[in-house]
Design a protein around this ligand. Structure first.
Ligand code: CO
Length: 184
């Protein structure tokens, strides 16, 4: 399966990242192929979630891969395909640091709900509801934001530059919030 190009900020194609996406109406082979390719692309980039605008397609589609059991990720990885997702309920709030495949080299502290109920359709158009907590709830909110044309930087309480230190470890170094606009 071909890997798709990921649209990144500050590149010629970035406008699609800031545009609300269109509802999906046709649940056929083209959608299935896109979902398969998005999953492969996300895995190849070691992402947890990927939204269609990030591969240049302005439709309400996102894929997420996350373990059911964080203690045993290898045996419990689960793929979520959310078509036309809508967050019905959101509760709680927590600030955590997150990243984004479209924003390489940066991380951001974002306040998100700790529990969400989302309604979506699967790849065949069947509607379902999903209740998610903590990190999975965060990923879902991050991806639904993508589908609304919003990036994490817009909601960031602090932005960090990811730099490699002398030991070869990645460190998140806080950057001045005034630079955030330059990052748009
Ligand atoms: Co993202």
């Amino acid at each position: 399966m071909p890997l798709l190009d990921i649209v990144k900020i500050n590149t010629p194609k970035e406008d699609i990242l800031y545009k609300p996406t269109q509802q999906v109406r046709i649940f056929g082979p083209a959608l299935h192929m896109l979902l398969n390719n998005m999953l492969e692309t996300m895995r190849a980039s070691q992402g947890v979630g990927l939204a269609a605008p990030q591969v240049g397609i302005s439709q309400r589609i996102t894929v997420i891969e996350y373990p059911d059991d964080e203690e045993d990720p290898e045996n419990t990885m689960r793929v979520y395909e959310l078509i036309n997702p809508k967050i019905l309920k959101a509760r709680g709030a927590e600030v955590e640091q997150e990243g984004c495949l479209s924003i390489p080299g940066l991380a951001a502290d974002v306040r998100r709900s700790t529990q969400v109920t989302v309604r979506a359709q699967d790849r065949n158009g069947n509607e379902f509801r999903l209740k998610a907590y903590d990190w999975l709830a965060r990923v879902i909110q991050h991806e639904v934001d993508h589908l609304d044309g919003k990036l994490m930087l817009e909601k960031a309480e602090q932005v960090y530059k990811l730099v490699e230190n002398e030991e070869g470890e990645i460190e998140a170094v806080p950057i001045e919030m005034s630079l955030k606009q330059g990052v748009r």
